[in-house]
Design a protein. Structure first.
Lengths: 298, 343
């Protein structure tokens, strides 16, 4: 006679019975690129967190006897024109990049989320006006707009963050609005209105949590974009200022002058930027595949 | 507006005695404009979803609102709830015209008038646990500020609606359709309303669950002294549950009568056709009886026919039907019909 246990169909539950490591491995097999992206993201976070432990050098202190040492030996990535260790500056640069990237992506995406959901919720004239303003902002390329903001505010980490947030807000608002429009028509929003909730409560507690999937995808994509934008602004001399270690900053000045005699000056920070942006983009793509069942691969 | 008088607030407790009018709808119209143009929109037409509907509901009774899809039943319900503001007309609840109140002034009235939706899958926020779905309204309206007492009230409400108290920790997707609909009913009850609009509240459920939910609605009506506006298209359910029934066609009420009177003695040709479409659960009787099938389609509410809106499909239509709009006439005590050709 079959035991009662055997009569219950447990195929659905098997997925949850597997140990965590096994489940992560299955996920990695399904999303190899996303896993690579996640790996880069984790690597970068570890580098940023432990920069002070990994390397014995000071990222900002010049050392004239070690000027422009090629990679190898004591300096794995060589030194720059002031004798500062490139590896150390790349590691500390991850800290700058991650800080600016996360803060600006989070603030920009959150502000865009609220504006986008509010625009969809109120509809009518409010929606029309907000969306036309968004149109105006979207008409400018990301970099031009960030440059304009920095040109007005002046350089510095805080101003770079603001300059990156400004073009992010309308982008996220537009994407979130389209998702929120469909949620606006779902009866639980009507139920919330019939219960006499305030507009703020409906927007923040009842609609915003239900557009989390596009929000998270925008967020990861924004981190990569923010790192790139910060590098561009720093390279153009309008972002982070020397001696703070920043990847974009390391590419300018002497790195351009000595591009033939000392290519390691530009290769390693350039690689770091590429890898970081690539990693966050892959991670974002994988996240979209996982969160959006319509795109989920079979 | 007049002098800045204080906005009327609902009276504490049941302000209205049983049998007195609790809700009065007068000449309700809701037009949805059809617009053209991208920036400067001009109205090129109106979808007349609800076009001059009047009825009243007495405290403690259940009024059924029936009609086919698209006849404006749901829009009428939404206008009573003030989810859609009507184009014109009055919705008078406990003697106060809700149309004249601002959204802010409406908030205390929202406690009195609640709604149960058709689809139990989309009417609950998927990101909230049942406990907060039911607890949040009490917190917002300050009914039960103490978290522990609120939890207790949520458990009581779940019990009243036939669900175990432990369901408070569940998400909507962890429940079946019938269980979700019970949560929807509990949510409508959590503010102690006097009046509940059931917008096709059982249409999305399968027949055995339907019966349970209908029994629950009946029990709750007795227990909490509720008044229902029951919007439905299932005539047998309406006959069972409602004291009076209004039949809608293309945004207008064509007949309104006591439930038994309407089902035994339908007068308006549309009501007769509607009732004859109800199947009889006996194949022999069903095969022998004469069906009265309506010809044609429901005309577009964008451009309804002149005069009586039903005349293009009516078996009794005469030339006069094309001209004047028939008023609702009381042909028998309590039996109102909007047709000039019946008596």
């Amino acid at each position: 006679m079959a035991t009662p246990q055997a009569l219950i169909d447990t195929t659905d539950l098997d997925e949850f019975r597997k140990p965590l490591g096994r489940r992560l491995w299955d996920l990695a097999r399904k999303q190899p690129l996303g896993t690579a992206g996640a790996f880069v993201v984790v690597l970068m976070a570890v580098a940023a967190a432990t920069a002070g432990i990994i390397t014995p050098f000071d990222p900002e202190r010049a050392s004239l006897q070690h000027m422009l040492t090629p990679p190898g030996g004591q300096f794995l990535m060589g030194t720059d024109e002031f004798g500062r260790d490139i590896l150390t500056r790349v590691l500390y640069g991850a800290r700058t990049a991650l800080f600016i990237g996360l803060v600006s992506a989070f603030v920009g995406a959150t502000a865009g989320l609220v504006i986008g959901v509010a625009s969809a919720y109120f509809g009518g004239l409010f929606d029309l006006i907000v969306q036309r303003i968004v149109d105006i902002f979207l008409a400018f390329p990301l970099i031009i707009m960030a440059l304009a903001v920095v040109a007005t505010l002046g350089p510095g980490v805080e101003n770079v963050i603001i300059a990156i947030i400004v073009p992010f807000i309308p982008q996220c608002a537009r994407v979130v609005r389209s998702s929120a429009l469909s949620i606006r028509e779902i009866p639980y929003v009507d139920a919330a209105r019939a219960l006499g909730y305030s507009h703020t409560r409906i927007i923040l507690r009842h609609m915003a949590p239900n557009v989390m999937a596009p929000f998270l995808i925008m967020l990861t994509y924004f981190v990569g974009q923010a790192i790139l934008l910060e590098a561009v602004l720093s390279y153009l001399g309008m972002g982070v200022q020397d001696p703070t270690p920043a990847w974009g900053l390391m590419l300018k000045g002497a790195a351009v002058e000595f591009i033939e005699s000392a290519p390691w000056l530009s290769i390693f920070p350039g690689l770091a930027i590429t890898l970081a942006v690539f990693g966050f983009n892959l991670f974002g793509d994988a996240l979209r595949d996982l969160l959006d069942p319509k795109l989920r691969s079979r | 507006m007049n002098a800045p008088a204080a906005a009327p607030e609902p009276a504490a407790g049941g302000g209205i005695a049983r049998g007195e009018t609790i809700l009065e709808v007068r000449n309700l119209r809701k037009y949805f404009p059809v617009t053209e143009g991208l920036v400067f929109q001009k109205t090129v037409g109106n979808v007349k979803a609800v076009d001059g509907v009047s009825f009243d509901i007495r405290k403690g009774e259940t009024l059924g609102l029936v009609g086919e899809s698209g006849c404006g039943k749901t829009t009428t319900g939404r206008c009573v709830l003030q989810l859609d503001r009507p184009t014109s007309g009055e919705v008078v609840f406990e003697g106060v015209n809700l149309e004249q109140l601002s959204n802010q002034e409406l908030t205390p009235w929202r406690r009195k008038v609640q709604v149960i939706f058709q689809d139990p899958y989309s009417s609950l926020n998927p990101r909230m646990k049942v406990g907060s779905i039911l607890g949040e309204p009490m917190r917002v309206h300050g009914i039960e500020p103490d978290p522990n007492r609120r939890k207790q009230r949520v458990a009581e409400l779940l019990g009243v609606c036939g669900l175990p108290a432990k369901f408070a920790d569940r998400y909507p997707h962890e429940m079946s359709g019938g269980q979700r609909q019970r949560v929807g009913i509990a949510r409508a009850l959590c503010l102690n309303p006097d009046f509940i609009i059931c917008d096709e509240a059982v249409s999305a459920l399968d027949v055995s669950i339907q019966a349970q939910v209908i029994n629950l609605l009946e029990d709750l009506r007795e227990e909490f002294d509720l008044t229902y506006l029951f919007i439905a298209h299932d005539l047998s359910v309406v006959h069972h549950l409602c004291d009076r029934v209004a039949v809608m066609y293309l945004g207008k009420i064509v007949e309104l009568a006591e439930s038994d009177e309407l089902f035994d003695n339908p007068l308006h040709p549309y009501t007769r056709a509607l009732l004859s479409a109800v199947p009889i659960p006996d194949p022999r009787v069903e095969a022998e009886r004469a069906h009265q099938t309506l010809k044609g389609e429901v005309p577009s509410p964008l451009n309804p026919p002149p005069g009586c809106v039903f005349h293009p499909r009516c078996t009794l239509a005469v030339d006069g039907c094309r001209g004047a709009l028939p008023e609702l006439r009381e042909l028998r005590p309590g039996h109102w019909v909007a047709c000039t050709e019946v008596s």
